[in-house]
Design a protein around this ligand. Structure first.
Ligand code: NAP
Ligand code: G4F
Length: 324
């Protein structure tokens, strides 16, 4: 039985990846952080699965990573753990660098020192392209625009370096934005779909947003974790972009979400400069043709369908809460 180790298993992607790997017959081990309240709502439904084991640790704590890699001896490691919020990275740049940059190095060193035969996936991001205009592919220049983007760029290059220096099967998946009903509530898509549900059900009046002009390439998270797994099943390690290829502005996503429930977004949305960033990434639109030809991976869910499915999920969840 193959063993996989996932950092960030309690996050959006980690929870979908754990489901996928359990379905494929893996023994799944996940890294969880200690918190004063339980932070496992996305993986609660997997709690009784005998093939899932959770371990306390942290990407900022190298000793925990060394011990876990020795104990688990994983065949595949998926490094999804990160301080993943771009705006927060301006407020906590040092912590973001420790987790998102040096954390990757700590994990790679733990694998190298253990001397095990193990494949490594790094959760890289379209934020590394930053100011480079779209369409962005594996061949585009990197120009990060936040402490988060810069930290992730370090991790991308150190992953490439460990592949070249130590012959490690190390892959960097450069993923464009991907969302779902499990998306963190402070990312813009989920903030919008939660706001739409609350306004529709009469428990909120207004929704405050920052920059409406930014363009993102929003896909559906469960499809993207399948792409991560496929990257580790190839004969040779490489780097791949995953994206839909469709650009949508925050304004357009907002309009689609409100229209889905018969509301006019302009009557409910106001601007709040607190949600703006010191430096913005204006437009990210990915070219995933390499993933399509080498991995047979293609995004199926387009942004307008995504907005509708997220609104429906939030409406259902909120209606149930109100009923109680
Ligand atoms: P997410 O929902 O924010 O999940 C982040 C995960 O990292 C959580 O499990 C979190 O644990 C964990 N974590 C945070 N700090 C940690 C630390 N110091 N040590 C160990 N674990 C830590 O993120 P996501 O959307 O699933 O994204 C997964 C990965 O892909 C991230 O690395 C993100 O940067 C990257 N990425 C995401 C996207 C996207 O659009 N979603 C696109 C490109 C790349 P807690 O639950 O305890 O907070
Ligand atoms: O939803 P966002 O916070 O996502 P962002 O910054 O694109 O980052 C996400 O995608 C990256 C991949 O490209 C990941 F690496 C990263 O971990 C994360 O998952 O913001 C999207 C856009 C931005 O331009 C932001 O300025 O929406 C704009 N925005 C406008 N109003 C807002 C808001 N963003 C947030 N979070 N909250 C607002 O009220």
């Amino acid at each position: 039985m193959k063993r996989a180790f996932i950092t960030g298993i309690t996050g959006q992607d980690g929870s979908y990846l754990a489901e996928l790997l359990l379905e494929k017959g893996y023994d799944v081990h996940g890294l969880v952080r200690r918190a004063s309240t339980l932070n496992r709502s996305r993986i609660d439904h997997l709690h009784d699965n005998p093939h899932l084991t959770l371990h306390y640790g942290d990407l900022t704590d190298g000793v925990s990573l060394v011990n876990l890699i020795h104990k688990i001896e994983p065949h595949e490691v998926y490094n999804l753990g990160a301080q993943s919020h771009v705006k927060v990275s301006f407020e906590m740049p040092e912590y973001t660098a420790s987790t998102d940059a040096v954390g990757t190095l700590r994990l790679l060193e733990a694998i190298r020192a253990a001397g095990i035969d193990c494949r490594f996936y790094q959760a890289s991001t379209s934020e590394m392209f930053g100011a480079t205009p779209p369409p962005q592919s594996e061949r585009s220049a990197f120009y990060p625009r936040s402490p988060y983007g810069a930290a992730k760029l370090y991790s991308h290059w150190v992953t490439v370096n460990y592949r070249e220096a130590y012959d490690l099967f190390a892959v960097s998946g450069i993923l464009f934005n991907h969302e779902s009903p499990r998306r963190g509530e402070s990312f813009v898509t989920r903030k919008i779909t939660l706001g739409v549900a609350a306004i529709k059900l009469g428990v909120q009046e207004r929704l405050e947003l920052g920059n409406l002009d930014a363009i993102r390439d929003w896909g559906y998270a469960p499809e993207y974790v399948e792409g991560m797994w496929r990257m580790l099943q190839r004969d040779e390690p490489d780097d791949y972009v995953l994206a839909t290829g469709v650009g949508t502005s925050v304004r357009e996503f907002c309009a689609a979400a409100f229209t889905h429930v018969g509301l006019d977004w302009e009557e409910h949305v106001s601007h709040d400069s607190r949600y703006e960033r010191p430096t913005e990434v204006d437009a990210l639109i990915g070219d995933a043709s390499k993933a399509e030809s080498l991995l047979g991976w293609k995004a199926q869910t387009m942004p307008s369908e995504l907005a509708a499915l997220m609104v429906d999920a939030d409406l259902e969840k909120m209606a149930r809460l109100i009923e109680r």
